[in-house]
Design a protein around this ligand. Structure first.
Ligand SMILES: Nc1ncnc2c1ncn2[C@@H]1O[C@H](COP(=O)(O)OP(=O)(O)O)[C@@H](O)[C@H]1O
Ligand SMILES: [Mg+2]
Length: 425
């Protein structure tokens, strides 16, 4: 699948057999400035996924006649504002009737030329926008400008235990703290998610509810499923039982991420350390991947493999930030050696603070709240500020306020603490 960034024109996804992909009409569409070809896909299932991911204004479908009707239904299920235009191999009145019945907005007959297609797309959009205007709804172009409003940050560790969940929970709370934005934290560590425990949250509604209703996610379902945390963030908990997460598909994952992205300025996602369909889909959807590692040889070996894997799977280097947890470490590898070995810059470090982090984990309070003055909490806040676009120094070799840090490390009780709140219904 070839995908381009979102421009200002009408977003179009083309689903056409591989042998049609390089026909002149596609090149013609791509050269048209008012048309933004978001993806051109040969395989039907990938096409539906692309529609789900990009939420285009229009899908142009050139598939065998017997697949067209079902394809149109699937597209409306994953993207209700998308308009479908179908391509037929020859004049076929019976097929036209069926396709119009399924909801096709226009039907073109081969051979195609791109001027005819552009004229059709424009007409389809004009008619829809006129209808929208009468109904007092936003125009299609206004909708496409709002796409990808929220930023999705995927936190992953290439090895269990490096601190991925600790980073995800604290980062989400720190993002709320630095910018006051709407922040969601989603626990995609599906089988043994720890977010609920680390934030002392409970709800009978989880990510599983969104997965089973993936094609009808709306505000009321989101309201029920997102659990409020005392810090102000909203949390999507992992399914309560490991078996509930079996066979989650990329289509379901994309639908959930899209629902989150549309509602929150930042969605922080914690995920597990293996590279399955769930992780791959999250990687493709994320604006920023935070790869968490520690300065020990086994973790660094996996990190190198993960970075190579990202490169092979088209995740842009610039979108992957390395976060070195529990650094600096006594007798550990130096920052320079780590960067040289991984051939990737370390974006931020988080110091090890056993007493504070363990206390926080056991109490179900993020360390940025339980020990806000600690070096580790300050490091989380800096990481959050960097994600929010601030130009801050995110590598630190020591606490910025050593006295406050020392005083607080010795304190058994944090200076302030949230009530042991249980949310959800
Ligand atoms: N910076 C840190 N200082 C001290 N302990 C930490 C730090 N980061 C993580 N830990 C501890 O390491 C363990 C693993 O962390 P966790 O976030 O669950 O890792 P992962 O999600 O990658 O498996 C937990 O016991 C956690 O409290
Ligand atoms: Mg974890």
């Amino acid at each position: 699948m070839a995908a381009q960034g979102q421009g200002t024109g009408l977003g179009v996804v083309i689903i056409a057999p591989a042998d049609a992909l390089d026909q002149d009409w596609i090149a013609g569409l791509q050269s048209e400035s008012s048309i933004n070809v978001l993806a051109r896909v040969g395989v039907l299932q990938r096409g539906i996924e692309a529609v789900q991911q990009f939420q285009p204004n229009i899908v142009l479908i050139d598939r065998p006649v017997d697949q067209l009707e079902e394809t149109i239904h699937s597209i409306y299920a994953v993207s209700s504002n998308t308009l479908c235009v179908a391509v037929l191999p020859q004049q076929d009145m019976a097929a036209v009737r069926r396709l119009v019945g399924a909801g096709a907005r226009d039907i073109l007959v081969k051979p195609l030329n791109h001027r005819e297609i552009i004229a059709s797309l424009r007409q389809v959009v004009q008619m829809e926008d006129a209808r929208r205007q009468r109904a007092g709804q936003q125009s299609l172009l206004a909708i496409s400008r709002q796409k990808r409003a929220g930023k999705v940050i995927l936190v992953m560790g290439p090895k269990g235990g490096v601190g991925s969940t600790t980073v995800a929970t604290n980062l989400a709370v720190a993002l709320k703290h630095v910018g006051g934005h709407d922040v969601a934290l989603a626990d995609f560590s599906l089988q043994f998610g720890d977010v609920a425990v680390l934030l002392n949250l409970f709800s009978k509604h989880t990510l599983h509810d969104l997965a089973i209703h993936y094609d009808t996610i709306d505000d009321s379902l989101m309201e029920r499923v997102m659990v409020p945390h005392a810090s102000g963030i909203k949390v999507l908990l992992a399914p309560a039982e490991p078996e509930l997460s079996a066979d989650m598909s990329g289509v379901q994952v994309n639908a959930i991420v899209r629902a989150l992205r549309a509602r929150y300025a930042y969605t922080v996602i914690d995920c597990w350390s293996f590279l399955d369909e769930v992780t791959e889909t999250l990687m493709a959807a994320a604006d920023q991947v935070l790869l968490v590692t520690t300065p020990e040889v086994p973790a660094l070996k996996n990190t190198k493999q993960a970075l190579e894997y990202f490169t092979r799977h088209g995740v842009h280097r610039d979108n992957v930030a390395l976060v070195l947890n529990r650094f600096p470490s006594v007798k550990g590898v130096t920052l320079q050696d780590i960067q040289q070995h991984l051939r990737h810059p370390v974006q931020a470090n988080l110091p090890s603070d056993g007493p504070a982090v363990t206390y926080a984990a056991n109490k179900g309070i993020p360390v940025v709240q339980s020990h806000p003055q600690s070096w580790v909490a300050q490091s989380f806040l800096k990481l959050a500020a960097w994600i929010a676009g601030d130009n801050v120094e995110t590598i630190t070799q020591g606490p910025s306020k050593p006295e406050a840090f020392a005083a607080q490390s010795e304190t058994k009780q944090p200076r302030w603490r949230l009530g042991m709140r249980k949310s959800g219904s």
